[in-house]
Ligand binder design. Structure first.
Ligand SMILES: NC(=O)C1=CN([C@@H]2O[C@H](COP(=O)(O)OP(=O)(O)OC[C@H]3O[C@@H](n4cnc5c(N)ncnc54)[C@H](OP(=O)(O)O)[C@@H]3O)[C@@H](O)[C@H]2O)C=CC1
Ligand SMILES: O=C(O)[C@@H]1CCC=N1
Length: 280
């Protein structure tokens, strides 16, 4: 059963998502679907009134452009604005922050220390998360780390929250930009690979809808094999590669095209950029 179809125990907590754009919207809808929060426990904020109105009427939640009001009533505050906006937003809501609230930022690049320094009180509990968009279908991957004031219980709460939308792991904060470059940006890299595989299927004569299905299910199956067998991907690849068969010919093309190096460089570039995003 996928995580999205599992009902989670309601936390009984009030939550505010400040910056409910693409990622925030995906998390919000998934949390509501899982039963983790009911619509009357959630407030979402955005920059534009029209978007707030649309969100409120579509999801039956309270949506506003007023961050202070939303944060005042929340036990858990999720931050999903652009990295360069995080510090200002935290300063804006500081008058209503207290030791009793937990702040979880899922903005790329912004460290827990920077958030703690922008916040009053200085003892605010901060957790940093890096989710990804497959959270929309319960197949998300989120990495979490805690700031200096967050307790293990709060980290556990954050892990339970994100586990309702997929897998959630705890990492050292020093790894968060690498996580961003790999699993945060990763879905975009995989979509390009799927698009290319589907195009390849069309090139060898398959109808596009079938080719897309074959490509996506093959990627899903291969990913599931890695996760569920625990086998090294190289060993699983060897199972497919019949001596003097056709797979090895395809692999030769991949190696000649530098697919490994290209993917390594893509994650490296995304990680390097993630390190800079808080600044601009
Ligand atoms: N997209 C992804 O795959 C992932 C994104 N992230 C992180 O999530 C964050 C948002 O990214 P994404 O969702 O892609 O971007 P979006 O541009 O879709 O979302 C940003 C949201 O912030 C809102 N906003 C802007 N200013 C304010 C403000 N002052 N107060 C309240 N809300 C405000 C915008 O409102 P409006 O809609 O009205 O313009 C918009 O809804 C980033 O920090 C990113 O690093 C993390 C993991 C994955
Ligand atoms: O592209 C970005 O900056 C965000 C962070 C990870 C995924 N999307």
């Amino acid at each position: 059963m996928s995580a999205s179809s599992q009902q989670a125990a309601n936390t009984g907590l009030r939550v505010a998502i400040l910056g409910t754009g693409k990622m925030g919207g995906i998390l919000l809808e998934a949390f509501l679907r899982s039963g983790l929060f009911n619509s009357d426990q959630v407030t979402a904020t955005v920059a534009h009134e029209a978007r707030a109105t649309a969100l409120a009427s579509r999801l039956g939640i309270r949506a506003t452009t007023n961050n202070l009001e939303a944060a005042r009533e929340a036990d858990v505050i999720l931050i999903g604005v652009k990295p360069a906006q995080v510090a200002d937003l935290v300063r804006e809501i500081s008058p209503v922050l207290s030791d009793k609230k937990l702040l979880i930022s899922f903005a790329a690049s912004v460290g827990t220390r920077a958030i703690e320094e922008a916040a009053l009180p200085a003892s605010l509990s901060v957790i940093r998360a890096m989710p990804n968009t497959p959270s929309a279908v319960g197949a998300g991957m989120t990495a979490l780390c805690r700031g200096r004031n967050a307790t293990l219980e709060q980290l556990d709460l954050a892990q339970r929250i994100f586990a309702t939308v997929g897998r959630a792991v705890v990492v050292d904060e020093k790894h968060m930009d690498a996580v961003t470059g790999l699993s945060g940006s990763g879905p975009a890299f995989i979509y390009i690979i799927l698009e290319a595989l589907a195009e390849a299927g069309v090139n060898v004569g398959l109808p596009r809808d079938i080719a897309t299905q074959l490509a996506a299910q093959t990627a899903y199956g291969a990913a599931k094999m890695v996760l569920e067998t625990g086998s090294h991907p190289a060993l699983l690849k060897d199972e497919v590669t019949t001596p003097a068969g056709c797979t090895v010919d395809g692999i030769l093309e991949l190696e000649e095209g530098g697919v490994r190096v290209t993917l390594i460089k893509a994650v490296k570039r995304a990680t390097e950029r993630a390190r800079q995003l808080a600044g601009n």
